[in-house]
Design a protein around this ligand. Structure first.
Ligand code: ZN
Length: 229
């Protein structure tokens, strides 16, 4: 694994971390996936009624409580990555080109210079020192710098590569400790729609696409893109 791969891992698994922390209220676990489309309309209506029920022991998905330990890990990883990106950008990112003030320039030349300066300052490849910056933003930007992607930057020296690699390694280690490499496995509150009517389980949460599996007949379902998602 290179340091850039470590950064890719953080980017790819950040959503899983958010789900584990319970900070993605729109997401439910287990994921509904295609299995909901196998229910009859009556079952669907029952499930909607259950969801509307506010009794704490009501069946159906409940809101996940926020996990403070996972939030701490996320803050640590995010702070490390953003601090590293701020630091690296201050060293390798070329300051935006400044348009001349106009003395001795024709209007056309001046206008062209102003446009060029504005375009250079707004180059989306630049790291932004202010505004909302997320862990994936920083991880992606740092990975591009390690891979010498083009842009208003000079190449990193060995010391800079090493410093970014250390931040990436400690971030990915924290992420792995928190999420684990194992897939989660939970039962699904619907019988298998095949004649066996067996127990369904859902596996996922490790970054790979989740999968529903019948423990009796062994049939599996994977998520298909849908407008219901
Ligand atoms: Zn089955």
């Amino acid at each position: 694994m290179t340091a850039a791969d470590d950064l890719d891992t953080i980017t790819e698994r950040w959503t899983t971390l958010q789900e584990r922390a319970g900070t993605r209220p729109t997401s439910t676990w287990p994921p509904a996936m295609g299995i909901t489309r196998l229910m009859t309309d009556e079952e669907r209506a029952d499930q909607a009624a259950e969801r509307a029920d506010t009794a704490p022991d009501a069946p159906g998905p409940r809101p996940t409580p926020v996990d403070i330990d996972v939030l701490d890990v996320m803050t640590t990883i995010e702070t490390g990555l953003i601090t590293a990106a701020d630091w690296l950008a201050s060293r390798v990112q070329r300051p935006a080109f400044k348009a001349p003030t106009g003395h001795g320039w024709s209007d056309d030349t001046h206008r062209a210079a102003v446009l060029l300066a504005a375009k250079d300052a707004a180059d989306p490849r630049r790291w932004k020192y202010a505004g909302p910056r997320t862990a994936p933003d920083a991880a992606e930007w740092l990975a591009l710098r390690l891979r010498d992607a083009p842009g208003p930057f000079r190449r990193l020296d060995e010391g800079e590569r090493q410093a970014v690699a250390e931040v990436a390694a400690s971030g990915v280690e924290l992420l792995r400790k928190t999420l684990g490499d194992a897939r989660r496995r939970e039962t699904v509150p619907h019988p298998c729609p095949m004649p066996c009517g067996g127990q369904l389980v859902v596996e996922g949460g490790d970054g790979a696409p989740p999968k529903v599996l019948c423990e009796d007949c062994g049939r599996t379902w994977t998520e298909v893109p849908s407008d219901a998602a």
